[in-house]
Structure formats: structure tokens, C-alpha cells
Design a protein around this ligand. Structure first.
Ligand code: HCA
Ligand code: CU
Length: 378
């Protein structure tokens, strides 16, 4: 993995999340925050999907003028939709068409030859209009017959498509399957860039996105907090965590301090909290509790952390107000309070008292501080 690009789809896939109802003001805030973070592409819903969308799109494109992020418009392979998208002045068009037998039967009814012809015609049309970037998403790529998929890839490559997305539309692919299929495509002499879009139905979206990179994909689709259809897609924070712990040099082009702000912004807009298991931005992502952990963390923070919270402008929390606290944690807290006169027996006694109170009911750091201070007068 030498290079990575992020296509954030919070304003397209994320807009399809059941709990999302973004106003124009929300979209503007999200766009600007994504651009400050520095994602390469921001994907927007098709302007055909609701009225006055085209005006909104134009204003958002204007607002991002001079910033690195480029706006791409998601679009069915329908001429009217594509024409509208082109009128917005967006940087590029993200076409998509179903390639699996499931979508053929349940959705558009086209054979792979017909679906390919439709996509090819639309790519040619977009290019003829002078648009700089056109990509095609082979919807349900991982349940598509491999020969069918390669047939479409070849035809699209021949007409100069810039990028092809391979979505795991139902989130059922395993990391190994993703690696193999993407590797198969990337090992051929196609000119287009490879994109991956992983749904999270089986909890594999981040792992699959990373497997796609290992297989030769360049661009990964994300959304803030992973929101999307059903339970969503690869979260931006999850994807960043995956790479930051393996290849942080790939991420120096992004402003990682913006990530907690972005997740908080979208959580507030949705009226939810950041999920407890969200990498990096969960309120507990850098909170340590067990006495054994805290003791080790006080010696070397790498003992129980794969990433440094300070790389994201976050502070680590050592939770010592618990029924499992130990004397090392108490000693550390005492020093923070400017108290250096406690001896070993006192520290043990304080820890014991904290554990006792903490096992009766949840306690706060204030309680711990009071207990520590009460020993000063003993
Ligand atoms: C959708 C399906 C999609 C499309 C991805 C793409 C998917 O919601 O319309 O455009 O490449 O997961 O297949 O999000
Ligand atoms: Cu999707």
C-alpha cells in the first residue's frame, strides 16, 4: 500500500441512513469539515432525488472552491439524471449499475451485456460533455459472476473510465474474498483506478476496506460514523484507525485533529452519541480502567494503546474512580493534585477505600480526591 484516497459518502450513502435528515445547513457544515480534514472526494446524492438539489449542489461546490476535496455526484445510468448532475458543475460523476443476478432480477432486469452497454454509453456521454472524472460502481460486485465483472471492466476500460468501484453492497464478503477479487482486477493491465465500498452487515467493513487496499485498490469509500443503508459502511474513524496503526505515513496529508470534530458534528446532527465502539472517537477509545492496565500505562503508554490519542487532539483518561483501582493509580492522581507526602501504606489504604466505595455505587474522580486529601490529616 503506497497511496490511499478517501471518497467520503456521508452526504450520499449516509443520507440513506434511516436516522439522517440533513438540512442544507447540515450539509454545508459536513462538507466544510470533511474538506478541512482533507478527504480527496466528497460524494453527493443525485440532484434528481429531490427538488432544489441542484442549487444546493452549486452552493456547496462554490463553498469548497480552493479546497482540496472534490465533489462527485452519484447518479443512476439515466440520461436525465446525468444531465442534471453535469449542470451542477461538479468535478465528476459517479455512475452505478447492478451487476449481480440478484439485482438483475430484482432491480433493472438487464443482462450483463445490456448493463455494460448502458454504462459504456453513459461514460462516453459524460466524457463527451468535457467532464474530468467519471467512475462506475458495479453494484453488488462480490455476488457478481467473476467473468461478468471482468467483461464489464474490460468494456469500461476501453472507453477510458477513470475509476471503477467494487461495492460489497450487502456486506457479506470476507476480507480474503475482497483481497482476491480486487487483486484479480488490479493484476490486469487496466488503466482505471480501483475503488472499494464496504457495507458493514457482518461487521467486516473496515477489515474489508483494508483488504481491498492490500489487493491493489486506491480509493476507499467511507462515511462519518459509518452511516448508510441498514447499519452502514466503513466508518471514516475506523478506516483511519486501521491505517494510523499500520502506515501512519499515508495519513500525514489529512488533518487528523478534525476527525473528532467531524464525528461529533454528525452525531449532534443525528441526535445520537458517538457509538461506544467507534475507533478513535468513542468517548472511551482512550479510557483505561483496570488497575493492571493503569499501572502499565503510567510506565509506558504503548502498553495498552496501539495509537496515540494526542495524534487526534484527544486526551487519554485513566479512570481511577472505580472498584478496581490500585495504589499506582492513586499515587499518580496524588501527584496530579500536588501531593507527594503519602507513603506506601497510605496509598494502599486509599486504594482500598476507593475500591470499597466504588463497589457500593459508581463514584467520580472528586470522591477519589476527597479520600486522598482525607489521608493528609491522618
Ligand atoms: C446504493 C448502492 C451502493 C452503490 C455504490 C456505488 C452499493 O445505495 O445505491 O455507487 O458504487 O453499496 O452498492 O451504495
Ligand atoms: Cu452502499
Amino acid at each position: 500500500i503506497k497511496h490511499v484516497e478517501i471518497l467520503d459518502s456521508t452526504l450520499r450513502e449516509g443520507e440513506q441512513f434511516n436516522g439522517a435528515n440533513f438540512t442544507f445547513e447540515h450539509k454545508m457544515q459536513i462538507c466544510l469539515s470533511l474538506a478541512r480534514f482533507g478527504v480527496e472526494y466528497i460524494e453527493m446524492s443525485s440532484p434528481a432525488s429531490y427538488s432544489n438539489a441542484i442549487d444546493e449542489l452549486r452552493q456547496l461546490i462554490c463553498a469548497l472552491d480552493g479546497m482540496k476535496s472534490k465533489i462527485l455526484v452519484h447518479c443512476r445510468c439515466h440520461l436525465a439524471d446525468v444531465e442534471l448532475a453535469l449542470q451542477s458543475g461538479a468535478y465528476g460523476i459517479n455512475l452505478f449499475i447492478g451487476t449481480s443476478s440478484y439485482l438483475k432480477n430484482a432491480s433493472h432486469g438487464k443482462s450483463i451485456e445490456q448493463a455494460t452497454q448502458t454504462a459504456v454509453d453513459m461514460v462516453k456521454y459524460v466524457k463527451s460533455q468535457g467532464c474530468q472524472f467519471v467512475r462506475v460502481g458495479a453494484e453488488d460486485a462480490f455476488r457478481t459472476n467473476l467473468d461478468d465483472l471482468l467483461y464489464m471492466c474490460t468494456a469500461l476500460n476501453d472507453v477510458g473510465v477513470d475509476q471503477i468501484d467494487f461495492p460489497d453492497t450487502v456486506g457479506g464478503a470476507t476480507p480474503f474474498e475482497v483481497y482476491e477479487r480486487i487483486r484479480n482486477v488490479s493484476s490486469r493491465s487496466f488503466q482505471f483506478k480501483i475503488e472499494f465500498h464496504g457495507h458493514n452487515d457482518t461487521g467486516c467493513a473496515v477489515a474489508n476496506s483494508h483488504a481491498a487496499l492490500e489487493g491493489g485498490a486506491l480509493c476507499i469509500d467511507t462515511s462519518v460514523l459509518g452511516i448508510g443503508e441498514r447499519n452502514g459502511i466503513c466508518s471514516l474513524s475506523g478506516f483511519i484507525a486501521r491505517l494510523q496503526s499500520l502506515k501512519p505515513e499515508l495519513l500525514t496529508k489529512y488533518d487528523l485533529n478534525e476527525l473528532p470534530k467531524l464525528d461529533t458534528l454528525v452525531a449532534n446532527i443525528l441526535g445520537i452519541s458517538i457509538p461506544h465502539d467507534m475507533p478513535i472517537t468513542s468517548p472511551f477509545a482512550f479510557t483505561h480502567k483496570a488497575g493492571v492496565h493503569i499501572k502499565a500505562m503510567l510506565t509506558d503508554s504503548r502498553a495498552y494503546e496501539i495509537m496515540r490519542p494526542e495524534d487526534f487532539g484527544i486526551e487519554r483518561t485513566l479512570n481511577i474512580a472505580t472498584r478496581i483501582t490500585g495504589k499506582h493509580a492513586v499515587a499518580h492522581r496524588a501527584i496530579q493534585l500536588g501531593i507527594i507526602t503519602l507513603n506506601n501504606d497510605q496509598l494502599i489504604a486509599i486504594a482500598e477505600q476507593v475500591r470499597e466505595e466504588g463497589s457500593l455505587k459508581p463514584i467520580s474522580l472528586d470522591t477519589v480526591d476527597i479520600i486522598i486529601k482525607s489521608f493528609l490529616h491522618n
